[in-house]
Design a protein around this ligand. Structure first.
Ligand SMILES: Nc1ncnc2c1ncn2[C@@H]1O[C@H](COP(=O)(O)OP(=O)(O)OP(=O)(O)O)[C@@H](O)[C@H]1O
Length: 246
């Protein structure tokens, strides 16, 4: 079996007295959609930020394509895309200006940018809105633009922190279709979400609760193991949490 592309191993991280991650381990293979599923405050953003190299663990380690993503000169940074939870774009800049800004940041050549721009505007269906300011976009369109900006440099691993938060159901479905398209092209995805129904859209999920992975597996298998209908992760979660409280 191939080596994991994304890995957390025994990761602990505290902020003052708050233990955000309490010994989290996970491994994601090429072409997988791995869901970090859990309620607000479970530690999802902390885990994503660690994989993006923006935070270091107190204990344990994070690896992406076998490298430490927090290392300033790590080549893996070029292979990583991040869609943060909010405010990742310049609200006063238009769709086109945001794309251009991030293309410069990633060092894309003029010709490469032209190709990427066309492709990304097409898959996100933002072609008709290139002049619109990011702040004036709907929630779903804003997330699609954030995704387009994160994809400019053709990352191999994409990290998405609650990409469908505040997005209407139709745009949510569209975003997921877009994500599957990327996976089809060989990308590896780690997606955090507080929406239990979205767990079923992932190949594998880690259920995160109070800084710990309390269950992990393929959605259907987890549902079967807990005797609930496929996709009913709320029931799986409640049973697991009840089990811990008992
Ligand atoms: N920079 C920080 N300073 C202090 N506490 C923090 C910091 N970052 C996270 N925390 C705390 O760590 C815990 C986990 O937060 P985290 O943001 O990772 O959770 P989450 O699952 O992403 O939830 P949310 O969806 O609400 O962001 C929370 O109790 C949070 O308040």
């Amino acid at each position: 079996m191939s080596a994991p592309e994304v890995e957390l191993s025994g990761v602990r991280r505290s902020f003052g007295a708050t233990q955000a991650l309490r010994g989290v381990s996970l491994a994601v293979r090429r072409g997988e959609v791995y869901g970090l599923v859990g309620p607000d405050g479970a530690g999802k953003t902390t885990a994503i930020r660690m994989l993006a190299g923006l935070l270091r663990p107190d204990e344990g380690h994070a690896r992406v394509l076998g490298e430490d993503p927090s290392h300033p000169s790590s080549p893996v940074r070029e292979q990583l895309g991040l869609v943060p939870q909010r405010n990742s774009l310049y609200g006063d800049l238009s769709v086109d200006e945001n794309l251009r800004f991030f293309a410069r940041l990633f060092g894309l050549s003029r010709a490469d940018f032209a190709t990427r721009r066309e492709r990304l505007l097409s898959i996100t269906r933002l072609e008709r809105f290139t002049e619109r300011r990011a702040d004036a976009l709907s929630g779903g369109m804003y997330k699609k633009l954030a995704l387009a900006c994160a994809l400019l440099h053709r990352p191999r691993v994409l990290l998405l922190d609650e990409p469908t938060n505040g997005v209407d159901p139709v745009s949510r479905r569209e975003l997921w279709e877009l994500l599957y398209g990327l996976v089809h092209e060989g990308m590896t995805l780690v997606v955090s979400t507080p929406y239990m129904d979205e767990a079923a859209r992932c190949h594998r999920v880690g259920l995160l609760y109070a800084g710990e992975v309390i269950a992990e597996g393929a959605p259907r298998e987890l549902a079967r193991a807990h005797g609930v209908a496929p996709g009913n992760f709320e029931a799986v979660f409640l049973e697991l949490i009840r089990g811990r409280a008992a």
